[in-house]
Design a protein around this ligand. Sequence first.
Ligand code: SAM
Ligand code: FES
Length: 344
Amino acid sequence: MTEIVEKLYRTGNIDDSEIKSLVETDDKGVSNFIVKYADETRQKYYGKKVFLRGLIEISSYCKNDCFYCGIRRSNKNAERYRLSREEILSCCENGYELGFRTFVMQGGEDSYFTDDFMCSLISEIKSKYPDCAVTLSLGERSYESYRRMKEAGADRYLLRHETASDELYRKLHPKEMSLANRKQCLFSLRELGYQVGSGFMVGVPFQTTENIVEDLRFLQELQPHMIGIGPFVPHHETPFSDKKGGTLELTLRILGILRLMFPKALIPATTALGTVSSDGRELGLKTGCNVVMPNLSPVGVRKKYDLYDNKICTDEESAECVECLEKRIRSAGYEVSSERGDAI
Ligand code: SAM
Ligand code: FES
């Protein structure tokens, strides 16, 4: 099977059946081979650089009801909060001092954050920190909303497609949500000139290997600048509370395949990966990841952005998070970059 990995490394593509065999392999030698080539590929384009993104979790209110997510609207026990404009700006100030040159504002779909609110906030951040990128991750909004926020200065948008299969999408979301709309949002964001990030969860309930192949094919069609994947981790107050989570091994194997298919993509070693294994993020970095996203949210709200059980990094101050992640990056043999880290 190593010849399939070599073909993927050489050509950036393989057949569906070949992807399937790599995804399903339990041969450690093959997995190690994927890691080796993924690291070689990342080093060819990005050297040893790892880019930092400061994550500001602006709201735990959400109008959606995704079956896997701890802050879904039906979770009556979720503690809700939203950050004020001043609190968000103070996270940016703190982040800038800590060396961040990208701020990611992420939250549930919360109508409090109107276009007017967001545009004025984005303009202020961009005028205070012209050398920084502003990334948004606020879910599905209208074309007009995306257009206005881009015009206000937003640079990037993260919106995982979650799954490219209609059938699986319906098993993970309530009827009122649609994969077609989510995909449309992604193509609109691209058209508007955002650097776009997409991705999916690994090991989400009912996911098959064929679904993962579909995800990779969709990403090839979209050609996003960033690709975020992480293991599904169950949350005790959701319909999937008793389901199994995604594994470290499978997530790493798919990360390696992604690096080989998308040599220039920005790929984060996610918090969920660090949640399923204490050295998950280091292993991610060694398997082609080149981004980490330390948490800049005020410590008082961290536990309330409770997407899944046992989420890490909820007790530490931002400075501690940065220090811890920088140590992890170095221990894995990579360098912390102080650049904005745009896609090449
Ligand atoms: N509301 C925005 C959106 O829908 O894109 C951003 C916030 S949403 C919570 C961010 C991501 O968290 C989702 O795209 C999903 O993949 C991930 N997520 C949600 N629940 C999760 C879980 N139980 N395990 C792992 N990841 C999860
Ligand atoms: Fe909206 Fe999870 S259901 S962020």
